[in-house]
Design a protein around this ligand. Structure first.
Ligand code: SF4
Length: 256
């Protein structure tokens, strides 16, 4: 079963890779809101969430984050990272830039060693305010799952105009100040074969990685339940081999 985050602040979750991570959800609490509708989305299909399309107010995010950070620091367990993720795409929030500035100020006030991370599908990076905000956070993590439009249409199901070429141009404009995140998976969807691990896919994706030169790449595969139930996880060893090919380009790559 897929599931939603039921609050503005979620976690903290401890992971070996990130340490103690506190999540921030700018999207509706009772439904999903995203500019993609990925077949692997752990929040489920967009159509399953016809609920209110209301973003959480900047003031509420500020108040809850302020209180939570104060409490965590008071208990001697400050977060290692504050991560923007949740029920959809955080950069769709109209006040995203101001919320990032609030978060950086709260981080500096309560726990200056914590990092601020944003997990985004990169559909809003044409907006100057989103670009500016992403350049201010510690970990600007942006998604690109394939070098081919056809695959992106099948796997990510963009809800508006989207092309890989345009996204790559916008990603290049970050001048390496971003972390590229790619989901590798196989399976079947709508009677079509889904597989972004073929040699053709991986080779084309690597060419784009080389062209964009992100400061780091993160590759991963399925972890939780997915709305499309005919998908298959790519094993760690195979992800490791892809990571080695990224490393051969002189770019650090981690397998999640
Ligand atoms: S971009 Fe993220 S939140 Fe949006 S549909 Fe894909 S996995 Fe779900």
């Amino acid at each position: 079963m897929t599931s939603l985050y039921n609050n503005i602040i979620f976690g903290p979750i401890r992971s070996r890779r990130l340490g103690l991570s506190l999540g921030v959800n700018l999207l509706p609490i009772e439904s999903k809101l995203c500019s993609f509708d990925c077949i692997y989305c752990e929040c489920g299909w967009n159509a399953d969430h016809p609920g209110k399309r209301r973003f959480n107010a900047r003031e509420d995010v500020y108040k809850m984050l302020d209180e939570t950070l104060e409490k965590m620091v008071g208990e001697g367990t400050p977060p290692d990272v504050i991560t923007f993720a949740g029920n959809g795409e955080p950069t769709m929030h109209p006040d995203f830039e101001n919320i990032i500035d609030d978060t950086i100020a709260l981080r500096d006030k309560h726990c200056p060693n914590a990092k601020v991370s944003v997990l985004s599908n990169a559909t809003q990076i044409h907006r100057e305010d989103v670009r500016r905000a992403l350049l201010r956070v510690d970990n600007n993590i942006l998604k690109l799952d394939s070098a081919f439009d056809e695959t992106v249409q099948l796997v990510n199901k963009p809800q508006g105009a989207y092309t890989v070429a345009r996204t790559v141009e916008l990603l290049k404009a970050f001048n390496g100040e971003f972390i590229l995140q790619t989901m590798f998976l196989r399976g079947e969807y709508l009677g079509k074969l889904v597989d972004n691990t073929t040699e053709e896919e991986v080779a084309a994706w690597l060419r784009l990685v080389e062209e964009m030169r992100p400061k780091r790449v993160m590759v991963y595969s399925l972890d939780r339940d997915t709305p499309c139930e005919t998908l298959e996880k790519v094993e760690k060893e195979e992800l490791q081999r892809i990571a080695e090919r990224v490393a051969a380009l002189g770019i650090e790559c981690s397998v999640a």
